[in-house]
Design a protein around this ligand. Structure first.
Ligand code: HXC
Length: 517
């Protein structure tokens, strides 16, 4: 029998709890649904293992009003707490657009910062669902300071715990910088919107007439800006994709990524013999190689729609999670350009920070030529790949499938910059440059004097190809460990990975290096 005074307190708690669950009230919830969006709590339920969410700070409110019947909504426009994904703990927040448009004020930020600090101390991933009008205008500069507190934590947690941002609504102005500081950003078609300046300001400043969607919709950020790493057709698919990503990630930088049962790859090893075309200039889909090597033929591509001349993503070899990097000869002949360099370098650094071994598949004719690339800084962007691979201390395994020319060869996890294992298929061509370009330089005078320069160039190119465009020159110098039968690629990589599983590599003590940004 509960005494009457306790019963009154329990009734009050139940009434207050019910009020917190209402968000901004039924009318605002209806508006949220009419916009094709779920509520903040529904989203957390989709993200987390069923029934695992525990809310923290549901009663936070800025008006110092402790009266449960106050008409003001409770919770400060953000739902925070912890739960589990695949049984492993995560801390998270979900902005509630039904309360002050999910805008960020001092207490809203304080709630987010509390779960960030807890995630850091507990060593768990941190996931934020963003749906906000940005800085709470009524709070003036306090809301800017509040954002600063979040950004500072994003930077401090970087490389310690995985940080994931899901954009399910507006994310405007300086607010975009918290997602930009996290490791992965997810967007959903027709729902996500990220921009520094909206269409109105854009038009006033530049005269460009654009819609929200064109400016900062899901497609724009997954294909053009590279701000988004994953795009999904809707909220549910987007949140499910976050769960898939977490299958590959450790909870923090002190842990190894979770292992899984080994699975056979797609197709048969025999098929690998037919994927790379014999013609050196012919494109092919490097994913046709990857699926025949990785467990279950599965690759979770990151930045799938951005810089398609490079492929990066997570897969498994005999159950061990790996970061996979490959040139994609289907686009730009697999050349490394500015965006491709950023894509690869950032992925390599993430994998290194979180103890995920790197598998690199090389078919690269070089860095992309042209004045546009030179003037936009292919030199400093390309240098990021070199830096990232050289800096990485996780096991680094490379397989050269076909072309590996010049600086791009060196950049793509070559032995020189620290690959632990460098293998080549018999189709590999490892050289300073392509045979035709090399013949043009080496035989310039002879070609200028020739009666039939085209015939001479073809002959000299063939000679060069015969002599240098193969893996054995690099093998003879120890730059490639072995030339392998493509059908044995998976078993060679599995064996190498297992002997390197306890790899330790030191770096000199320093505050931090200075990656060319
Ligand atoms: C306070 C806000 C708000 C904000 C929206 N609301 N944004 N309240 N501060 N920043 C409120 C609205 O007033 C409204 O309340 C309710 O949320 C729902 O907003 P609507 O405008 O009705 O929704 P919608 O039509 O869907 O438009 C969404 C929107 C728009 C595009 C996000 O609300 C908007 O443009 N908001 C302002 C965006 C902005 O300029 N933010 C500041 C950016 S600068 P009522 O009660 O009227 O229904 C910034 C700097 C960050 O963020 C710097 C960090 C370093």
């Amino acid at each position: 029998m509960v005494n009457p005074s306790m019963q009154a307190k329990l009734d009050q708690l139940a009434a207050w709890r019910a009020k917190t669950a209402e968000g901004g009230g039924p009318q605002r919830v209806t508006q949220q649904k009419a916009a094709g969006k779920s509520t903040a709590r529904e989203r957390l339920a989709m993200l987390l293992d069923p029934g695992t969410f525990e809310e923290i700070d549901p009663f936070v409110r800025g008006d110092h009003n402790a009266n449960p019947d106050s008409p003001e909504p409770v919770g400060e426009g953000v739902v925070t707490g912890f739960g589990r994904i695949h049984g492993r703990p995560v801390f998270c927040f979900s902005q509630d657009f039904t309360i002050y448009g999910g805008s960020v004020g001092e207490l809203h930020s304080r709630k987010i910062c509390k779960v960030m600090d807890l995630a850091y101390r507990a060593g768990t991933p941190f996931i934020g669902i963003n749906d906000s009008g940005g800085a709470r205008i009524q709070e003036g500069v306090d809301s800017l300071g509040a954002y600063g507190e979040i950004f500072a934590r994003n930077a401090r947690l970087s490389g310690v715990i995985p940080q994931i941002s899901v954009i399910l609504g507006p994310c405007a102005g300086g607010a975009v910088y918290s997602p930009a500081l996290t490791d992965f950003t997810f967007v959903a078609d027709g729902i996500s919107n990220m921009f520094i300046t909206g269409p109105q300001v854009t038009k006033a400043a530049t005269g460009e007439d654009v819609t929200f969607e064109e400016l900062g919709g899901a497609l724009a950020h997954s294909t053009k800006s590279g701000v988004a790493h994953f795009r999904a057709p809707g909220e549910d698919a987007c949140l499910r994709l976050v769960r898939v990503l977490l299958e590959y990630l450790p909870s923090n930088n002190q842990e190894l990524p979770p292992a899984a049962a080994a699975q056979e790859p797609q197709g048969s090893p025999e098929e690998l013999l037919a994927v790379v075309p014999p013609e050196p200039h012919k494109g092919y889909d490097v994913r046709d190689v990857l699926v025949r090597i990785l467990d279950g033929g599965r690759l979770l591509e990151v930045h799938q729609e951005f810089a398609p001349n490079a492929v990066v993503g997570f897969g498994r070899l005999a159950g061990q999670a790996c970061g996979v990097v490959a040139n994609q000869p289907r686009f730009l002949a697999g050349c490394l350009d500015i965006d491709g360099s950023d894509k690869i370098a950032r992925f390599v650094r993430f994998c290194d920070a979180f103890n995920i071994p790197l598998l690199t598949f090389v078919d690269v004719p070089g860095f992309l030529p042209g004045i546009a690339q030179e003037h936009r800084g292919i030199i400093r962007h390309g240098a990021k790949i070199l830096y990232a691979y050289a800096e990485a201390t996780v096991p680094k395994l490379a397989v050269i499938l076909r072309k590996a020319y010049g600086g791009a060869y060196v950049a793509m996890s070559s032995r020189g910059i620290g690959a632990d294992v460098a293998l080549a298929w018999p189709t590999a061509e490892i050289a300073v440059m392509g045979p035709e370009g090399a013949a043009q330089v080496l035989y310039r005078n002879e070609l200028a004097a020739a009666s039939d320069p085209a015939e001479l160039l073809a002959r000299r190119t063939a000679e060069y190809r015969e002599r240098y465009a193969n893996p054995y020159v690099a093998c003879a110098r120890g730059m490639v460990d072995d030339v392998i039968d493509p059908r044995t690629t998976r078993e060679r990589l599995c064996r190498a990975l297992s002997v390197l599983s306890d790899k330790r590599e030191d770096r000199p003590p320093r505050k931090h290096g200075n990656i060319p940004l």
